[in-house]
Design a protein around this ligand. Structure first.
Ligand SMILES: Cc1cc2nc3c(=O)[nH]c(=O)nc-3n(C[C@H](O)[C@H](O)[C@H](O)COP(=O)(O)OP(=O)(O)OC[C@H]3O[C@@H](n4cnc5c(N)ncnc54)[C@H](O)[C@@H]3O)c2cc1C
Length: 351
């Protein structure tokens, strides 16, 4: 793992600078067995526990947030497939995904956090004799142009939803050019249009059912976002510690942040033990996310302030880390998380 982390860390700056899709990094992840983490053992995976997975995400994101973020989207697709009752589809896709021979990603935000105020569903689905027809736009798909399969969903006229693995080369699928972003442009994130995409039943992952995203795999995603924020905060604090080693005045700044980080990491891992933490509101996924967001923003900005003007120059780690930390204000934020962030920014007490 140390060798992998070092290589990811070295490549992280140029990847961001050139907005370059992390293909080589995914080769390294495959070699190190990381692509097997969320795949069940019967399909050639390692079936990591949620706790081990989060621990792995913290380490990887402390080395390269872009690679780890893309990995979470790919893992999201694998986890949805692994939870599916469609055994034929699983047998066809999961072994190749475990080996890194196929790449899949998710486009599910329009079923959870994106475009929820729209009157019409972003993607509409109608039933056909052989399966389903998809129409609409998936607003956000990371790595879409590099994907073999898009795990995505849509809504039927009666409100029920389906989730399917749509082959990216299927007729009617159009990937828009990747967006230029404040950070993480290398993640090749873009909207995907679905125009009359006729899909056979064999590609069905889940549904039709109301609120298809509530079926399994929900909570892992929620804690994973916090794990990535925790990992980036770790990297910022490591840099701050290096500065503090030469400048004693920074120690009283570094120490409380470091303590807060350790408590957050411990609570994040503890939160995977659902029975033990049931009823403890401080360890709910939303509370942990609020703390992780707050810490990553403060830790990266403390590093920038300590790095002074030198840290403001492109290519300095502080400059990239500050931009990357802002991603957590918008990525996969359910309403209570947005509300907590806004209250903190407004200087109001967080509840
Ligand atoms: C870099 C990046 C990569 C991502 N990758 C993926 C991915 O791979 N897969 C995936 O599924 N998701 C992905 N997401 C989506 C992400 O998880 C969130 O769903 C997304 O950031 C939500 O933002 P939105 O602009 O779509 O939200 P929306 O809620 O659609 O807001 C868009 C705009 O609508 C207006 N608006 C919002 N709420 C209201 C309201 N109540 N009333 C009136 N107007 C309103 C505001 O003007 C707002 O700017 C990604 C996001 C980013 C930024």
């Amino acid at each position: 793992m140390q060798d992998l982390l070092q290589k990811l860390q070295i490549a992280a700056g140029p990847t961001d600078d050139q907005s370059a899709w992390p293909a080589a990094q995914f080769g390294l992840l495959a070699e190190a067995g990381v692509l097997r983490w969320v795949i069940p053992t019967e399909y050639g995976g390692l079936a990591y526990s949620e706790r081990d997975l989060l621990q792995g995400y913290i380490e990887l994101s402390s080395a390269c947030l872009t690679t780890t973020f893309v990995l979470t989207q790919r893992n999201g697709a694998c986890q949805r497939l692994a939870n599916s009752t469609n055994t034929e589809l699983k047998a066809e896709l999961l072994p190749a995904l475990a080996q890194g021979q196929l790449f899949a990603t998710v486009g599910i935000s329009h079923l959870t956090t994106s475009r929820q105020h729209w009157r019409q569903p972003a993607v509409q689905v109608t039933e056909t004799d052989s399966g389903w027809c998809f129409d609409g736009e998936i607003p956000w798909v990371t790595g879409a142009e590099y994907a073999d399969y898009l795990v995505t969903g849509g809504t039927l006229s009666d409100g029920r939803q389906v989730l399917a693995a749509i082959p990216r080369r299927e007729a009617g699928v159009t990937v828009a050019p990747a967006a230029r972003l404040l950070s993480l442009s290398a993640s090749a994130t873009s909207p995907v249009r679905l125009d009359n995409v006729i899909l056979d039943r064999k590609f069905l992952v889940a549904g039709p059912v109301e609120q298809v995203m509530r079926l399994g795999a929900g909570s892992t995603g929620a804690l994973a976002t916090s794990a990535l924020a925790t990992g980036l905060a770790r990297a910022a604090l490591d840099h701050l510690q290096t500065e503090a080693a030469q400048r004693g005045d920074l120690l009283p700044i570094y120490q409380p942040l470091q303590q807060e980080w350790t408590t957050l990491r411990d609570d994040l891992l503890l939160a995977t033990d659902r029975e033990r933490v049931a009823g403890n509101l401080g360890l709910s996924t939303e509370a942990i996310r609020g703390r992780a967001n707050s810490l990553v923003l403060r830790a990266t900005q403390a590093l920038l302030a300590a790095s002074k003007g030198a840290g403001f120059v492109c290519g300095h780690f502080a400059e990239r880390a500050v931009r990357e930390a802002l991603f957590f204000l918008v990525w996969s934020c359910p309403q209570p998380v947005v509300a907590a962030a806004l209250r903190e920014l407004a200087g109001l007490a967080t509840c």
